[in-house]
Design a protein around this ligand. Structure first.
Ligand code: ADP
Length: 736
């Protein structure tokens, strides 16, 4: 009984009770028995939506009640604010919450006053590197979605971060939440934790496969699905709707998600009440308000009819509008890429896994998804208390495939997860950081530290870690990031690289490039330099791109910093061109090309532009700091003209404008489009804006009084009121 729980802050058990959480779910009861409210470490490997968050809350709240401090590690930045909002409910019981996102360089000292802190593993890693003092005060850490240690890109950071936190405080309560995996026991061994391993779910889940007209379920039953010449997915969605439920459709690419939403909107539009139609129109308007790109227009059009798509290319405001409207049952179907399965809390009556294969760039072909992933999608089926049961359905194209899908996904157990730490790129970053932040002062200490990782728990390949570690130490030494004699010491440059959260290889590339620059490098040259570092996800080359960008490469060859590979070095040349494509996107953005034109030209979403822009900003800022560090350290130095060029290129990409607009675009609420309109009307700077004729300002801002007043206020104008001002007609006409 939840009311009987002890060790929590006053009022919290009653709060849970009022929320309808009266009895512990069986896995939660197991966690309590294991001592979750008494500081004991637990690995909970249980299905999606079976109350894992509650287990975490028990651990964190009881730890805070004992005077401690808790950290909740989320796998995605997008989830940090969602979790923070959830935990803010406890502020009324005197528990303070902080979320740490953004900038990888700050030490986040203000977080010292918070009881519960939410952050991504990358952010925690960078806070440790920057010496945040409150890290020493942590008494409890929760790692959400810990099975992601299996992920080659993000897993190693989570693994090393947990090892560091446990090194700082050997008594740290560690709670790891995992989807059901094949080897949760190994994770419990690694973290010295009690294992709670369960397949219990609060709502029954029926799993099945559709083939032809028949839906075959794992309990042996069958349902006839009369579908004429309707496509499988459409028929399943319609069938759910007729039963008063909504559906989630998982597909394998963003483009497919968008196309499916468009088609499925034709199904949902005939199942809406007048009220729903009105509310949906309202949401569609809000979507169009966020940005006026083709993607948002497509999304709005689908939403008007009761359908939506969801993928990582969406702006985050779009994502939350879609998720909320789906929870409110206004949107009847979402077609999504698997990001939605990974944590966003959007249960639905029926889950349809339409694509169980995905394109794998490393192999160059379609690959079946992991069981673990498909089961996580399945787990989104069924809303406790609202649906009689959840249903998860795969679609077979042949009779053979029907059996295959049952064997491969319905009956199959999820795979074990394996550490990806022993790869050079991962160790390059983490070894430098481990040495720079004082966790190891000798090679022996370093290996001893690495022994605390999951990798060491799992491997029986003796010597592998030592060998890779030697390679990495050589690399770091050769590039001037650390010194090795009988001790290991990070150089000034090495410390800087670690604090900037750069992959050392990115830093080496940037330093070489900056040294190569004579005179003032161009923006494209600098964008290309940062785009070819391993810290930038480059755009793919599509058909025709190789020719297109080869041509540009020769045309603009003098602008590039560093050596351009020859066309005969196939892979290196391809990479160079991918970086060029990425750099061109940044250049287009900084040359004020419309967002819409950019998304079209590069076949990406508006959220992707943001992502590239933010990464470029971070890397150019890092380049500036590295230049300053070299100035200090090294007789050769970097000429100041180069540093100035880097700063300008960074500002241009930050605001998405030409140089002449930098002053104006920096004013709050102005932005790239309005800055250009003001400039065209003869208002070229902040100073101009403070002096200019108000009717001209208003005309340039298309007669929007609120916006104009706001901007005038932000720029510090004495009397910003536009009460009796009319927009100047000529300016208004030009800026329209
Ligand atoms: P998970 O984190 O495992 O995906 P959540 O913790 O978000 O799942 O739980 C899913 C839902 O179940 C939440 O709405 C939560 O309030 C509810 N819930 C959790 N534990 C209980 C309980 N013991 N009794 C009733 N509802 C619960």
């Amino acid at each position: 009984n939840v009311a009987d729980l002890t060790g929590l802050p006053d009022g919290v058990p009653e709060h849970f009770h009022a929320q309808g959480i009266e009895e512990l779910y069986p896995p939660q009861a197991e966690a309590v028995e294991a001592g979750i409210t008494e500081g004991e470490s637990v690995v909970a490997s249980i299905p999606t939506a079976s109350g894992k968050t509650f287990i975490a809350e028990l651990a964190m709240l009881s730890s805070v009640a004992r005077g401690g401090k808790a950290l909740y590690i989320v796998p995605l930045r997008a989830l940090a604010s969602e979790k923070k909002e959830e935990f803010e409910e406890f502020e009324q019981y005197g528990v303070s919450i902080g979320v740490s996102t953004g900038n990888y360089e700050s030490d986040g000292d203000w977080l010292a006053s918070r009881d519960i802190i939410v952050a991504t593993s990358e952010k925690v890693d960078s806070l440790v590197r920057n010496g945040a003092k409150w890290i020493d005060d942590l008494s409890c850490v929760v790692a959400d979605e810990v099975h992601l240690v299996n992920d080659a890109h993000r897993g190693p950071t989570l693994e090393v971060t947990l090892a560091k936190l446990r090194r700082v405080n050997p008594d740290l309560q560690t709670v790891a939440l995992s989807a059901t995996v094949g080897n949760a026991g190994e994770m419990a061994d690694w973290l010295d934790a009690t294992l709670v391993d369960s397949t219990w779910r609060p709502i029954d889940l029926r799993k099945g496969v559709l083939y032809g007209q028949a839906l075959h379920f794992d309990d042996g039953t069958q349902q006839e699905l009369a579908r004429g010449n309707e496509k499988e997915t459409a028929a399943l969605v319609r069938d759910t709707l007729e039963d008063g439920g909504s559906s989630l459709v998982f597909v394998n690419s963003r483009r497919n998600a968008e196309a499916a939403a468009k088609r499925l909107a034709d199904v949902t539009k005939t199942h809406l009440t007048d009220d729903e139609r009105r509310d949906l129109l309202d949401i569609a308007d809000q979507i169009r308000d966020v940005s006026d790109t083709e993607t948002s227009d497509d999304l709005a059009t689908a939403i008007e009819k009761g359908a939506a798509f969801h993928h990582a290319g969406l702006a985050s405001d779009h994502r939350s509008l879609v998720e909320d409207a789906f929870r409110d049952k206004l949107i009847k179907v979402i077609s999504a890429t698997p990001t939605l399965a990974a944590g966003v809390n959007t249960p639905s009556r029926r889950v349809i896994v339409r694509d169980w294969r995905r394109y794998d760039g490393d192999i160059g072909g379609m690959q079946p998804l992991d069981v673990l992933e498909v089961h996580q999608m399945f787990g989104r089926a069924g809303r406790p208390g609202l649906d009689p049961h959840g249903e998860a359905v795969l679609i077979a194209k042949s009779h053979d495939e029907l059996q295959e899908l049952f064997d491969q996904y319905v009956w199959a157990d999820p795979e074990p997860v394996h550490s990806k730490l022993a790869a050079e790129p991962a160790l390059r970053t983490h070894i430098l950081a481990t040495v720079a932040s004082g966790f190891a002062g000798t090679e022996e200490e370093l290996l001893d530290f690495l022994e605390r990782t999951l990798y060491a728990t799992q491997t029986d390949e003796t010597g592998r870690l030592e060998t890779v570690t030697q390679h990495v130490l050589d690399y770091l030494d050769r590039n001037g990031f650390l010194e090795r004699d009988d001790r290991l010491r990070a150089t000034g440059l090495g410390h800087r690289v670690s604090q900037l959260y750069l992959d050392p290889m990115s830093a080496a590339e940037i330093i070489d490039g900056l040294r190569d620059a004579d005179g003032k490098p161009t923006a494209l040259g600098l964008y290309h330099l940062v785009s070819r570092t391993p810290d930038m996800y480059q755009l793919y080359l599509r058909s025709g791109d190789r020719e297109r960008y080869t041509e540009i490469a020769y045309e603009r060859e003098p602008e590039f910093l560093g050596h351009m590979p020859s066309e005969f070095e196939d892979n290196a040349f391809e990479d160079w061109l991918s970086a060029l494509k990425t750099a061109r996107l940044l250049e287009d953005w900084a040359s004020e090309l419309d967002e819409d034109r950019i998304t079209e030209r590069y076949a990406i979403g508006p959220g992707d532009i943001r992502g590239k822009v933010e990464t470029a900003q971070w890397l150019l800022n890092a380049a500036e700091r590295l230049a300053a560090e070299l100035q200090r350290d090294d007789a050769e130095g970097i000429p100041s003209a180069t540093t100035t060029a880097v700063r300008e290129a960074r500002k241009r990409v930050e605001y998405g404008v030409e140089e002449e607009l930098l002053d104006l675009a920096g004013v709050r609420n102005v932005g790239r489009k309005r800055a250009r309109r003001l400039y065209e009307a003869g208002i070229e700077s902040r100073a101009d804006l403070r002096e200019a004729d108000k009717s001209v300002v208003l005309g340039a801002l298309r007669g929007r009084k609120k916006t104009a007043e706001n901007i005038l206020e932000n720029v510090g104008r004495q009397d910003p009121s536009l009460d009796d001002v009319e927009a100047d007609a000529e300016t208004a006409a030009t800026s329209a």
